[in-house]
Design a protein around this ligand. Structure first.
Ligand SMILES: [Zn+2]
Length: 92
């Protein structure tokens, strides 16, 4: 069973929450996600940490991922729900 997102809510311009299909709840900060940007460029350079990064826009890609337009730094990463879920589990 793939994990799906029941509800995505923007909490502030620096964080958002996801309610998962199994009723678990996660809060993500945008700086945390940008640090984990999965695009090839960031994976190579390990990116620059922008602690006060905000989102201009969060849009969904199909029904499996999110694309985030950050105010600065890299916005090329596609964050799949599976990937977000992995970050969530690592913090438990
Ligand atoms: Zn990137």
């Amino acid at each position: 069973m793939p994990i799906l997102v029941k509800e995505l809510k923007q909490l502030s311009n620096r964080s958002f929450s996801i309610l998962w299909s199994d009723d678990r709840f996660s809060v993500f900060t945008l700086s945390e996600l940008q640090k984990n940007c999965p695009c090839a460029g960031c994976q190579e350079s390990k990116g620059v940490c922008e602690e006060d990064v905000k989102a201009l826009k969060i849009s969904s890609v199909g029904n499996y991922a999110l694309r985030i337009d950050f105010t600065k730094g890299c916005s090329r990463g596609i964050f799949t729900f599976q990937f977000l879920r992995t970050i969530h589990l690592e913090r438990l």
